[in-house]
Design a protein around this ligand. Structure first.
Ligand code: ADP
Ligand code: MG
Length: 357
């Protein structure tokens, strides 16, 4: 297990559009890091740079103590698992697993021992003589993991490895991956566009948008203390509501929130957006709550929770509540409430959060 340091990585494929923009990331040895962001934000490119499949325009890749920029991919001790498994179709699972050891001229008896030990770890002992086309998607992904593990890499990179699997299997493989990591203790970087995967898998999560690192923090920290509107909107489901400040809201806040940051009161309304998580909105009023007069568009009971889709000043907002407090709203007009302490404030122009007082 090795640490990984990315220092000011800049990458463009065409010398015009930056795919990664001055990205720095410091990964402690043995950590399980998730890199999350929308499609096209540069996640796969970042993994390719770490593994040596792509070079950088600027910046440094350090694994352990060693600068890797000029080290060949094959000499980096970094292994990669892909979404599409990339197994050799004409080889048995045993041969797929042992391929890299054979290339390294490891002795036959040792190869057998290592394949069996990895197969046992991943519970694929029974399919070693089969070919990839005759095993399930989940088994294929286990074989792909096995192939990465068998090289005993310093760093393991996983590029959306569960995206091709159905929801049920994704959940069970998620917990297996966590277990695997705690047994192997290899430094792992796991790429996904799925914020639920990011929240559940990572010790720490790097959120990237447009090639720029937005925030690198523990999962709950991203949820509780997002640094900007992108992170606030990306982490959390349903996403945070953003509402442009208006005279009625600022009036209520002046009156009810004695602790409000003066910076918020002093700015033009148009410069500020309020962020409210759907779970912070409620039908229950209180002395301190501020009120949003809305109209009801749609009620969606989704098992343990209910989503209310409301329109406030022309914009759709979402409120969620537990099913046990499910309140069938019969009227089209509805007032919903939020406690000032649950609100976030963002600078509309920069997207940055305005510190709370
Ligand atoms: P992600 O994995 O987050 O979806 P990628 O790293 O694959 O994103 O791609 C980031 C951006 O770089 C995209 O705009 C993509 O079109 C571009 N890109 C990726 N690979 C290449 C390449 N080999 N040549 C040119 N552009 C590329
Ligand atoms: Mg990708």
């Amino acid at each position: 297990m090795h640490s990984l340091e990315l220092k000011n990585i800049t990458k463009s494929y065409d010398k015009q559009n930056l795919v990664l923009d001055n990205l720095s990331l410091s990964v402690v040895a043995g950590d399980f890091i998730v890199i999350v962001g929308p499609s096209g934000c540069g996640k796969s490119t970042l993994l390719k740079i770490i593994s040596g499949l792509e070079d950088v325009n600027d910046g440094e890749i350090v694994i352990g103590e060693k600068v890797m920029n000029d080290v060949d991919a094959k000499d980096r001790k970094v292994s990669m698992v892909f979404q599409n498994y990339a197994l050799y179709p004409h080889m048995t699972i045993f041969d797929n697993l042992s391929f890299s050891l054979k290339l390294k001229k490891v002795r036959k008896t040792q190869i057998k021992d290592e394949v069996l030990s990895v197969a046992k770890l991943l519970d694929i002992q029974d399919i070693l003589e089969r070919k990839p086309k005759s095993i399930s998607g989940g088994q294929k992904q286990r074989v792909a993991l096995g192939r990465a593990i068998i090289n005993n890499p310093d760093i393991m990179l996983l590029d959306e490895p569960l995206s091709n699997l159905d929801a049920q299997l994704r959940i069970s493989l998620r917990s297996e991956l966590k277990k695997l990591h705690s047994e192997l203790k290899t430094t792992m970087l796991y790429v996904t566009h799925d914020q639920i995967e990011a929240m559940t898998l990572g010790n720490k999560v790097a959120v990237i948008d447009k090639g720029i690192l937005q925030q690198f923090d523990r999962p709950m920290e991203l949820y509780m203390n997002p640094k900007n509107m992108f992170v606030a909107g990306f982490i959390g489901s349903p996403p945070m509501n953003f509402i442009k400040m208006n005279d009625s809201l600022i009036g209520m806040l002046r009156e009810k929130d004695s602790k409000i940051n003066p910076d918020i009161l002093n700015r033009e309304n148009s410069e500020i957006s309020i962020g409210i998580r759907p779970e912070s909105l409620s039908l229950a009023n209180s002395d301190s709550a501020i009120k949003f007069d809305a109209t009801l568009e749609l009620i969606e009971p989704i098992g343990s929770e209910v989503n209310y889709h409301l329109r406030y000043l022309g914009k759709l907002i979402t409120m969620t509540s537990k099913i046990n407090s499910f309140d069938p709203i019969n009227d089209e007009s509805v007032s919903v409430f939020a406690e000032p302490s649950d609100l976030y404030y963002f600078n509309n122009v920069s997207g940055e959060i305005i510190e709370r007082s």
